[in-house]
Design a protein around this ligand. Sequence first.
Ligand code: HMG
Length: 388
Amino acid sequence: MTVIGIDKMSFFSPQQYIDMVELANARGEEPDKYLIGIGQTQQAVIPPTQDVVTMAANAADEMLTASDRKAITMILFATESGIDNSKSGAVYLQRLLGINPYARTIELKQACYAGTFALMQARDYVTLHPTEKVLVIASDIARYGLKTSGEVTQGGGAVAMLVSANPAIAQINQDSQYLSRDVMDFWRPIYADTARVDGKYSANIYQDFFKAIWTRYKQKTGLDINNFQALAFHLPFTKMGLKALRDVLPEASETQQTNLMREFEASRVYNKRIGNLYTGSLYLSLYSLLDNSKTLKAGDHVGMFSYGSGAEGEFYSLTLRPHFKAGLINGQLEELLANRKQITIAEYETIFDNQLSGPLDRQLDTQQDTAKFVLSGLKNEQRQYICH
Ligand code: HMG
């Protein structure tokens, strides 16, 4: 049977960040609360010249060849930070990236979960149409507000994944277990540009979902923790994944516990420095795991826990392909992080309040933004995208 899965992955997040010790000092908190209690060291700051469309374009452009652009027949754009209540981000992306016009373009929403749904749809579609490719995007900006308890868990960025037959990175197995329940742990009313959240409740629901779905997964598949070489989690902040992992670690032998903890550390290297990117967080964690693990090898199983508030969760597995590191862009994250500029908390606060919103036409200063795709302003209530 033809193997279907993730062939390539690419990531983008803007060029500036704040340091969590500086944020803790500015907010009168112990730095260790942010560094250890939350598990974040830095946070991406999104300038007004980037939105979910430009971040997606910057991520996907780096990995797509001319022949990929021709072979893509579907763009699935997962986001909860959409820029329009009607038009999908995927349509803009198709034009910006010069993707085959005979492609379907659609946007998907269910909090942080939508990227996983998109990936599953892509896998099923390519199973039926193995010569075609699907571009999956998970792009978001996590905004809670200045001086809120959620502020330390902000961030943003985009993960692009190409789904194809005979993929380089991993097979997506047909073993998903999922659960949905109407819960008000986190939401964003249509008029608001920051999330509403019941923080501790949301963390409890996340853990409850993980335990319930994991139990069901074991019952349905006959697999257990010993079948996995690594577990990757949706990481709204990296301590959250650690809490979930600790819920199931006692099921593993001592050696297996050590191995899973080691891989977990590899899976949170990048998330610690970017922050939450909602739909993309699980996939940045997967990227981090694949890039930083020194022990994972072909044929290994990676368990994936996806969670989106509101709430929906899913657990499924990936099987790594022989040259899985070849599907990542060599040194991409190292370079991106090395080239970022640290800004002060005062600068971040100004940027946070200066996002493009409202109906008034406005020209943005794009000089400082070195990304290839940028948002240059609003004209006749239409976002203006340019390619540097
Ligand atoms: P808080 O109330 O400021 O923090 O909010 P806290 O008092 O709960 O402290 C956090 C941790 O730091 C605690 O550890 C403290 O003990 C520890 P825990 O008990 O949790 O293990 N701590 C320290 N550790 C070391 N040294 C110290 C120290 N002081 C305290 N000196 C909260 C934290 C996460 C609730 C808040 O930031 C928040 O509301 N964030 C947003 C919501 C969120 O991320 N929820 C996660 C689950 S929901 C989800 O994942 C979905 C989501 O991504 C959205 C979507 O689906 O679209 C959010």
